[in-house]
Design a protein around this ligand. Structure first.
Ligand code: AMP
Length: 185
């Protein structure tokens, strides 16, 4: 049984690595960014509310994201374990996740932090050509990461849950390091 949280700046390769790892562990990959993009495409109420924040590179309000994560973690496949990618994104979301996991009688053992230098992040994001990845929005997303998400590194380090991985290596090398970290944590 594995439950993992993936931390790291936008462009660090969280999505790619979380997907590979979830497949090899046979547990769902739960990406709040993917779920939000699906809601935007589907023009659901959540999608309509979230879109403006996403277009600006800002975080979608906590209550909307938390309700979405709660619903997803209550689905049957998530009882086997999960890889959370893109959530929590600030300390308040991390506290809400603690409460939610207590309600669900689950514990998350490992928080993986993918480390990648800023210059590499910008280059990667510009080259993947996602619609929300214009240079201005990329810069804002990096700022939001530093202000709101990076404090989670210390938050989880103090709880001895943090494993840092060098994300500035070829994809397969990062995957190997992650698998090793998960197997030994
Ligand atoms: P991502 O694909 O994880 O980079 O997420 C894309 C966008 O979705 C972010 O820039 C935010 O606007 C929004 N988003 C994803 N996850 C969260 C979250 N946990 N809290 C708030 N907003 C989020």
């Amino acid at each position: 049984m594995s439950r993992l949280i993936f931390l790291g700046p936008p462009g660090a390769g969280k999505g790619t690595q979380a997907k590979v790892l979830s497949e090899s562990l046979g547990i769902p990959h739960i990406s709040t960014g993917d779920l939000l993009r699906l809601s935007v495409q589907g023009k659901t109420l959540l999608g309509l509310e979230a879109k403006a924040f996403m277009d600006r590179g800002e975080l979608v309000p906590d209550d909307l994201v938390l309700a979405m994560v709660r619903e997803r973690l209550c689905q049957a496949d998530a009882h086997l374990g999960w890889v959370l990618d893109g959530f929590p994104r600030n300390v308040s979301q991390a506290a809400s996740l603690d409460t939610l996991l207590m309600e669900l009688d689950q514990i998350c053992e490992t928080v993986v932090n993918l480390e990648v230098p800023d210059a590499v992040l910008v280059e990667r994001m510009l080259s993947r050509g996602r619609k929300d990845d214009t240079e201005e929005v990329i810069c804002r997303r990096l700022e939001v990461y530093r202000e709101q998400t990076a404090p989670l590194i210390d938050f989880y380090r103090q709880r001895n849950q943090l494993v840092s991985i060098n994300g500035d290596l070829p994809v397969e090398k990062v995957t190997d390091a992650l698998k090793y970290a998960v197997a030994t944590s």
